[in-house]
Ligand binder design. Sequence first.
Ligand SMILES: CC(C)(COP(=O)(O)OP(=O)(O)OC[C@H]1O[C@@H](n2cnc3c(N)ncnc32)[C@H](O)[C@@H]1OP(=O)(O)O)[C@@H](O)C(=O)NCCC(=O)NCCS
Length: 172
Amino acid sequence: MNTTPQLHIRKLQNAATDLPLAQKLIDEMDTFTSDEKLVAMELICKAIADEENKPETPPDYLVFAAFIGETNETMVGHICYGETPMTHKTFDLYWLTTHPRYRKQGVAKALMERMFEDLRSREARLIRTETAGAALYQGTRQFYQRVGMIEEATIKDFYSLGDDLSIFTYRF
Ligand SMILES: CC(C)(COP(=O)(O)OP(=O)(O)OC[C@H]1O[C@@H](n2cnc3c(N)ncnc32)[C@H](O)[C@@H]1OP(=O)(O)O)[C@@H](O)C(=O)NCCC(=O)NCCS
């Protein structure tokens, strides 16, 4: 695996400057449907709005993004997660992206490590994420295993006949 030089990870918190960069990243994702892109952007917008308007309140959604470039102007990936309502210290990983041009260079692994670090400080117990069993997501399932998540459950034919739902977990 190559390593992306000068990767910089930070929380998204400024709608004026961060949203256009996030929109470009999401627009250029190759595996998401247009509906998925809308939902991914909706959660990014909500996370930034919470940061801007009520920084003292525990947010429903947290978003970190990875940047490269001299002035960190290119957003090459993002991770979005939040505490699962009505649980004790269980979190959901909702979205994880690496721009198609920057894959297999450690971007998503670095984003996961940033999330783990943040969640340790929040005394998280468990992370859950869901992904599809379709061939398109085989690489994603392998990725989750590489970063220490376990495929804990499967629901057969969840998305459509032959397309299962896989639930991956990580325990602290
Ligand atoms: C899944 C995804 C986020 C991985 O991002 P990435 O930046 O390429 O991953 P990394 O470079 O950090 O890879 C970390 C490890 O996983 C492995 N890995 C990553 N993608 C893989 C793939 N498609 N197949 C097999 N292994 C893979 C890497 O080889 C690496 O292993 P190593 O630690 O042994 O070297 C990226 O492929 C992506 O954006 N996919 C489309 C969106 C998606 O599925 N998101 C998740 C659900 S919302």
